[in-house]
Ligand binder design. Structure first.
Ligand code: PEP
Ligand code: MN
Length: 339
């Protein structure tokens, strides 16, 4: 941590800051320039609140030079993490495709879409059985019945299942049917849920919160990792901004930033990030070009009748065309799609 003192700071103010830092257990190094004094503090603890120093007399600025997350940080884990589940790797050379409907709606629907997923070469079937809807009057998901359908449709093609778990009480049930637990954007800072998913050791995909900074997102990943679960995947799904022509704003730059800051794989979800079908393929292509380790995309056989997120769901044929385009882009950057 670096503390910059105001030019006019009195000697007693500087002394007080040094004493306070030493009381906190930091080793201090003082550099006195012509105008400013800079105090370097070594040994900053992950949870240290820099405001404790920022509010002191004579302090101009305080900068952290180390990240508050440790287990998620690339500084402490230089090699990229690959999450391996059965024969699927997320974070390796292949861009993992997590494809399926927003919600599981019926046996016919989920089996039809699982056929499309398998045909494309994708290895992971997505679908919500417990749905976090903005309105309590909207379809809330099929619950366990939906989980059973998802599992059966996936097993027909030897696919993995990713599905959302919304509450602590659902973890065991969802883990019985799913290979990856999805933590939705609205739950990114549900710390009690994150800890329990950490303790469960079931692979988890953590979506970025609607208004979360990348640092907050990585701190949430830290909650899961800190309980001993190393199989954590991040997912950029768009953030809330003032823009009205998209449902959310797809933060494409989060992909290289996460890769720089963290060793964890990062997946992009252009469906929720844009909210409109015509915007999904361009953003999916961009995400692969930007280095995403996976894509989560919603598809539906008859989107106008979908019980949730029809307007952002791709028709199966358009999805299959997109996968062929993605193969070209992936190849150009030394990767491949799915397998
Ligand atoms: C979903 O994937 O269906 C979903 C609800 O996503 P998010 O949490 O990103 O809104
Ligand atoms: Mn959805």
């Amino acid at each position: 941590m670096v503390v910059v003192m105001e030019s006019a700071a009195a000697e007693e103010a500087k002394r007080a800051v040094i004493n306070r830092l030493e009381d906190y257990g930091f080793e201090t190094h003082v550099s006195t320039g012509v105008h400013k004094t800079i105090i370097g503090a070594i040994g900053v603890k992950a949870d240290f609140d820099t405001r404790e120093i920022a509010v002191m007399n004579g302090v101009a600025d305080v900068y952290r030079v180390t990240d508050p997350f440790k287990l998620a940080s690339r500084n402490f884990h230089v090699d990229s993490t690959t999450v391996k589940i059965k024969d699927v790797e997320i974070g390796g050379d292949a861009v993992a495709m997590m494809i399926g409907p927003c919600s599981v709606e019926s046996e016919e629907q989920v089996f039809e879409l699982a056929d499309v997923v398998a045909k494309s070469g994708a290895k992971i079937l997505r679908g919500g059985a417990f749905k976090p809807r903005s309105s309590p009057y909207s379809f809330q998901g099929m619950g366990e019945e939906g989980l059973k359908l998802l599992r059966a449709a996936a097993d027909k093609h030897n696919l993995l299942v990713i599905t959302e778990v919304m509450q602590i009480g659902q973890i065991d049930l969802v883990a019985k049917y799913a290979d990856i637990l999805q933590i939705g954007a609205r739950n990114m800072q549900n710390f009690a849920l994150l800890k329990e998913i950490g303790a469960s050791k079931v692979p988890a995909m953590l979506k970025r919160g609607l208004a979360a900074t990348i640092e907050e997102w990585l701190m949430s990943a830290e909650y899961i990792l800190s309980q001993g679960n190393k199989d954590v995947i991040l997912c950029e799904r768009g953030i809330r901004t003032f823009e009205k022509y998209t449902r959310n704003t797809f933060d494409l730059s989060a992909i290289p930033v996460v890769h720089k800051k963290s060793h964890l794989p990062v997946v992009a979800d252009p469906s929720h990030a844009t909210g409109f079908r015509d915007q999904v393929p361009p953003m999916a292509r961009a995400a692969v070009a930007a280095g995403a380790d996976g894509l989560m995309i919603e598809i539906h056989g008859d989107p106008s009748k979908a019980l949730s997120d029809g307007p952002q769901s791709l028709y199966p044929q358009d999805y299959l065309t997109l996968v062929e385009e993605l193969r070209v882009i992936a190849k150009a950057i030394g990767r491949k799609i799915c397998c």
